[in-house]
Write a protein of this length. Structure first.
Length: 393
């Protein structure tokens, strides 16, 4: 009658063998997670010492098991990164932009600190120290590194290469207190003036104007749309004859590494598709731009390069920087127009309408990241205090 098979993760009877030098070897058969039984052994000066070392080795073998993927706890970290990226491609649920962002963050932020380590050597203390050091340089870089590292090590846990994810126990990153900045009406008009001057072609240096930057800014101010969403507007998305005129935000411009710039058929998130009524200044900019476009097809882009293809967001940012440098205006990015619109609508009608205009499902995001705090306390307090503490005449 054959011996009963060992349960996976258990070992059989421990045997001992003493060498001529007096050293004792303890050995036992252990059934690994692949179903195969293997002989495991350890040596000590005494029988007891050898047995303790063997049991410690067996216990460690229980914690770290191969999962049939070629990875073990002793695999170098770069091997896990390669396997993680392959797994992301296999799942195929991320956008190309997000996939490339994860790979870039892993390569530039995480790998320099972990490339010479095995998976076994990556513990809570090491991860915690790494993130704190990175956060001293940049909170956003530390945040992005944390996401990539957590996902990769999480895959190692799910595939039974590691028993736990050390990232589950690192200290929480503390975000520095920041206040969203927005432009004042006077600053907006100064930017308009600077763009109008540049578009006359009188600037002796920098990129040559193509007559589109002013209209792009007006549409950003009139819709709160992101720069990529504005550059993705087509004729079919524009209703300039109804009252009020409107634009449907239904796509964005993306530039994946190694691929030409193209229009994506949804905005940053699918839920941010929306139709926005245009204020008069934006509607006028759209009418003038449509009149200058010689492509009457419905899929023709409102803003385009000389071949009719999409503009790159980087090119528009470069033009805007140059114009504002000429005007002595600093720190303005295309996204600041979005915060400016959110602040204006919040001041006029409340945060819920501002969130709806921006395409946010949660107004808390709008408050935290887009609305500049109004530091002016309601003037009614002055009248109240006069009534209570006013001097008697």
């Amino acid at each position: 009658m054959s011996r009963p098979r060992l349960t996976i993760g258990t070992f059989g009877t421990i045997g001992f063998q003493t060498a001529s030098n007096g050293r004792v070897t303890a050995r036992a058969r252990y059934r690994d997670w692949d179903g195969k039984s293997r002989l495991v052994q350890a040596t000590g000066d005494t029988k007891r010492a050898a047995e303790q070392r063997l049991k410690a080795k067996l216990a460690e073998r229980t914690l770290y098991q191969p999962a049939g993927i070629g990875l073990t706890a002793d695999s170098p970290f770069p091997d896990l990164v390669a396997y993680w990226l392959e797994d992301l491609d296999l799942e195929d649920r991320l956008s190309t932009t997000t996939r490339q962002l994860y790979e870039r963050n892993m390569r530039t932020l995480v790998m320099p600190a972990f490339k010479d380590l095995t998976l076994r050597e990556i513990g809570v203390a090491r991860c915690d120290h790494f993130l704190k050091q990175l956060a001293k340089q940049s909170y956003n870089r530390a945040k992005q590194a944390r996401v990539a590292l957590r996902l990769a090590l999480g895959l190692a846990v799910r595939h039974e290469v590691l028993p736990r994810n050390p990232m589950d126990h690192v200290s929480r990153l503390r975000k520095p207190q920041t206040t969203p900045n927005a432009l004042t009406p006077a600053e907006v008009n100064a930017i308009r003036t600077a763009i109008a001057f540049w578009e006359t072609g009188l600037s002796p240096t920098g990129p040559k104007p193509d007559g589109q930057l002013g209209a792009i800014v007006e549409v950003m101010l009139g819709t709160s749309a992101r720069i990529g969403e504005v550059l993705a507007i087509r004729r079919r998305d524009i209703d300039i004859v109804s009252a009020p005129p409107s634009i449907r935000i239904s796509g964005t411009i993306v530039a994946h590494r190694g691929e030409p710039t193209q229009r994506q058929d949804h905005p940053k998130t699918a839920k941010s598709r929306r139709t926005v009524a245009l204020p008069a200044f934006a509607a006028e900019a759209v009418r003038l731009r449509l009149a200058r476009r010689d492509d009457a097809s419905l899929d023709a882009l409102l803003f385009c390069n000389r071949d009719g293809g999409p503009l790159t967001t980087n090119n528009v940012r470069r033009q805007l920087r140059h114009v504002l440098d000429l005007a002595g205006i600093e720190g303005v990015t295309p996204h600041m127009f979005r915060r400016t619109v959110a602040t204006a609508i919040s001041n006029e009608a409340g945060v819920d309408l501002a969130a709806e205009l921006l395409g946010h499902t949660d107004p808390a995001i709008t408050v935290q990241h887009y609305i500049r705090r109004n530091e002016m306390v309601n003037p009614a307090t002055a009248e109240m205090l006069d009534r209570v503490f006013g001097k008697e005449v």
